[in-house]
Design a protein around this ligand. Structure first.
Ligand code: NAD
Ligand code: AKB
Length: 320
């Protein structure tokens, strides 16, 4: 008997990651089997290439309705409020990140979902965590509401693995850099905005100090991590919801130097704002040996390769 293709639900699909993950998943599972959902207007590439539904993850009844309507097997739960936006509205961050995640896990358990992916973040770490090559198992005392919800989300997911045998997986992404969809309100957003401003105006005012080193990752590696982790044989995994993943680390000054190789007249000035305090609680680099050992994680992009690709694609978009 032929096995039917799994049905995949993506929450927060119109965000920075979802808008690129959905097309990838549609290549693997066929367009009609990947249901993109969000509370905001989808871009044409999402709406016209497969099903789209309006879905607020704080509304458990609506999620249950969509899961049943499409007979969903796998959920990529991306809906969230990120660090900087979360500090502007901690109550909203709690509602979306905590209640939303609890709703997804409860329905996944009740309705027999086969797999759930819930991304975590380097925001789980805090000032007490070792900053260089931050270990997999370490002190998790975040100071932002976003970080608190991410630690709780990891623990909740792990609870559903142990208590109910639900297959929940996730990795702690660093700041994600991409050129298709703007980031949604994080502390690492400068590393995307800098490219747009360098190309358009040859000038950028950075909201972090020049020497603030943070872990970052280019979008193709972000998508590869999610898909590779989800495809790994479950018996190989000792961890489930909290894998450290790393690709590169740099400061705004180092990124600007790399961009100047393509745009020599580019100028950057620094006016740190409230996001500097958040960045200072996060690690400078990450030890991702557990991900490498348990599911073969390896990034493809370092700083020079990422900058070359970002500049080339953004310039090509500008000339279209
Ligand atoms: P984003 O902010 O770009 O997108 C989040 C999406 O969630 C948005 O489209 C938004 O409309 C949607 N959303 C907000 N409230 C909602 C609600 N109540 N119901 C349904 N949808 C809602 O975020 P992203 O960068 O795509 O992040 C996706 C996931 O990856 C999040 O869990 C985030 O914490 C994690 N992550 C992202 C990064 C990064 O740098 N982008 C780094 C680490 C972890
Ligand atoms: C943010 O800055 O909030 C995100 C993240 C690292 O989770 N990019």
């Amino acid at each position: 008997m032929a096995l039917s293709t799994p049905k995949v639900l993506v929450t927060g699909a119109c965000g920075q990651i979802g808008s690129e993950l959905v097309p990838e998943l549609r290549k693997t599972y066929a367009k009609e089997n990947v249901i993109a959902t969000d509370i905001k207007e989808p871009p044409p590439e999402l709406k016209e290439t497969g099903p789209f539904e309006w879905l607020d993850v704080t509304n458990r009844k609506s999620i249950g309705h969509i899961i049943k309507k499409y007979q969903v097997d796998i959920i990529y739960h991306l809906a969230a409020i990120l660090s900087a936006k979360g500090e502007q509205n901690p109550s909203l961050a709690w509602q979306v990140n905590m209640i939303g995640t609890y709703n997804i896990l409860e329905l996944a358990r009740e309705l027999g979902i086969k797999q759930v992916f819930i991304p975590s973040s380097i925001a789980v770490f805090g000032p007490e965590t070792p900053k260089v090559m931050t270990p997999q198992e370490t002190i998790l005392l975040p100071k932002t509401m976003y970080g608190i919800t991410k630690v709780a989300g990891e623990l909740l997911g792990e609870y559903y693995v142990r208590r109910f045998g639900l297959d929940v997986r996730g990795c702690r992404y660093p700041g994600i850099i991409s050129y298709k969809t703007p980031p949604g309100g994080g502390t690492t957003d400068y590393a995307v905005a800098i490219f747009h401003e360098a190309i358009k105006n040859k000038k950028y005012t950075c909201f972090l100090r020049e020497d603030t080193v943070l872990p970052m990752m280019y979008m193709p590696d972000c998508l590869k991590a999610a898909i590779q982790l989800m495809e790994t044989e479950a018996s190989r995994l000792k961890h489930h919801t909290n894998f450290n993943v790393a690709a590169m680390s740099f400061s705004p000054a180092e990124l600007a130097t790399e961009i100047k190789k393509y745009i020599p007249e580019f100028e950057i000035i620094y006016q740190p704002d409230e996001r500097q305090a958040i960045a200072e609680t996060w690690p400078r680099s990450i030890d991702d040996s557990a991900a490498r050992e348990e599911w073969g994680w390896q990034p493809d992009y370092d700083l020079p390769r990422m900058v070359e690709d970002m500049v080339r694609n953004l310039m090509a978009n500008l000339n279209k």
